[in-house]
Ligand binder design. Structure first.
Ligand code: FRU
Length: 497
């Protein structure tokens, strides 16, 4: 085994946001969005409008554990630097504000636009806790809110709900898209163990069209947060349906599966019968895509897992989002796969890049502190690993095992793990790509690692909680490893100004 040591030097720095020092707490992500304080879960209502990416999120402003849901709000001009905004939606007499989506109603089909102002329309689930406690099954229903000031403030629609519950206990997370061929809106809704599609001409009156998935895909838990969209693959339109499930993920707890297929405005017809996961790690859940981004499909997920989200050892806030990722299609044989890669906008965080060559042995490379990116490619699919460690002997290992043809992230000895019995574990993912060589990008932050292998065909996201950030990276591989590229780029914090 050859070993390359990359020693990281820690530079202390403080940061000031809106006149306040913040975002330097233990475990605080430096390149991911997290709320300044309190509880966050799913990303919601993501819409791009007038040069601004809006990110709403399930938020409980009064505690660091899940509670009565609001929609928190953050905005960004570049998908990298985020500014938290005032809460967009508060719970009301109809219920908590559960997950949903937002669209730009350019043609004012909803007639919610006034004086020529284009309405942004959000659809969300009202979760009526009183009805739930009373044993009523119909406690989730779909409602609207709209904005007439480009997403800054939101008004609840006066005649909510717009879609009543037909007697299904899990009836939530509406994702809305415009279907140009029929000039109508599609609502993709999670309905217990399947997805139900509804259509509308005005966003207010919805008609059921079809159901999908009762006997397809993974069913280890309830279906949540679906997303239907199309991606152009060499001139062919491929439809993608994302479905999050909890529990039942490939490495335990919550995870997001996807289907590829055709959609005709009424029915989704899958191409595949096997189960595929958008991310095989344990910490990418309930993710969906931005609306109004043209042909680009930009995804972001919640970087946690219901198995332990409420008890992870952060103090002031709980949870962060994943890095934003661009989704594209790759074809292998006759099959279409979805691949995810970090959006190219993140390159503005690149600081120094060190290129490492095996033939000119490198020891003790001094790099800056904080987040970083490793890029590796090899001429053959041979075993290798990266061990990220700190002085306390805590470590996370990420790599590829040729024997099992699997990628893995091992957080067994990653630091604080005793808050949940299954947290300390080694997670695996199949290698989907079949090219002779392989490639991998690993992006690490204070408390997370994101792995994109084979141009994003196999993805893993895991969180961890070391006593101090990992300061060393050790690369291990066989004597004759067919290295093509190995580079380490240190990344700037998004919070430091
Ligand atoms: C997914 C989810 C959604 C629901 C929301 C509640 O994580 O359970 O189905 O709308 O979280 O916070």
């Amino acid at each position: 085994m050859k070993r390359i040591f990359l020693a990281l030097l820690f530079v202390s720095g403080s940061m000031v946001i809106n006149g306040q020092s913040a975002f330097r707490e233990k475990y605080r992500p430096q390149i991911h969005f997290s709320p300044r304080g309190n509880w966050m879960n799913d990303p919601n209502g993501m819409v791009f409008y007038k040069g601004v990416y809006h990110l709403f999120f399930q938020y409980y402003p009064d505690s660091t554990v899940w509670g009565p849901m609001h929609w928190g709000h953050a905005t960004s001009k570049d998908l990298v630097h985020w500014r938290e905004q005032p809460i967009a939606l508060y719970p009301d007499s109809l219920g908590y504000i559960f997950s949903g989506s937002a669209v730009v109603d350019k043609n004012n089909t909803s007639l919610l636009g006034k004086n020529g102002r284009v309405p942004l329309v959000a659809a969300f689930t009202h979760h009526n806790i009183k009805m739930e406690r009373a044993g009523n099954k119909n406690f989730q229903y779909q409602s609207l809110a709209y904005s007439l000031d480009d997403g800054k403030s939101w008004i609840k629609y006066a005649n909510n709900p717009v879609l009543k519950n037909p007697g299904i206990t899990d009836f939530r997370d509406p994702k809305i898209m415009w279907y140009e061929a029929d000039r109508k809106w599609i609502m993709t809704l999670a309905t217990k163990d399947r997805v139900t599609f509804y259509t509308s001409k005005n966003l207010k009156d919805w008609t059921k069209q079809s159901e999908f998935g009762e006997s397809l895909g993974a069913h280890g838990g309830v279906w949540e947060c679906p997303d239907l969209f199309s991606i152009d693959y060499k001139g062919k339109t491929i439809w993608v349906l994302l479905v999050s499930i909890n529990p039942g993920g490939p490495n335990g707890g919550s995870a997001t599966q996807y289907f590829t297929g055709n959609f005709d405005g009424q029915f989704f017809k899958p191409f595949q019968t096997d189960t595929r996961w958008l991310d095989y790690g344990t910490d990418n859940y309930a993710g969906v895509t931005w609306s109004n981004t043209g042909r680009r499909k930009i995804f972001i997920g919640w970087m946690s897992n219901w198995q332990y989200a409420n008890i992870v050892p952060t103090q002031k806030w709980r949870s962060a989002t994943t890095l934003p990722r661009e989704l594209t299609i790759q074809k292998i044989g006759e099959s279409y796969f979805v691949s995810s890669l970090p959006v190219k906008e993140l390159d503005i965080l690149n600081k120094d890049t060190k290129v490492i060559t095996m033939h000119a042995p490198v020891k003790d490379i001094t790099l800056s502190e904080g987040p970083g990116k490793i890029e590796l490619s090899s001429g053959k699919a041979e075993s290798f690993s990266f061990t990220f460690s700190n002085r306390s002997g805590e470590m996370v290992i990420a790599g590829y095992d040729q024997g099992s043809n699997e990628y893995y992230i091992d957080r067994t000895r990653s630091g604080k793990t005793d808050f949940e019995s299954k947290f300390a574990a080694r997670h695996t993912a199949p290698r989907i790509g079949n090219s002779t060589g392989l490639n991998m990008t690993l992006i690490t932050d204070e408390a997370s690692i994101e792995m994109f292998a084979d141009n994003g065909l196999t993805v893993m996201t895991d969180i961890f909680f070391p006593a101090t950030p990992y300061g060393n990276v050790q690369f291990k591989c066989g004597e004759n490893f067919s290295l093509k590229k190995l580079a380490y780029t240190s990344l700037k914090s998004i919070w430091r100004q």
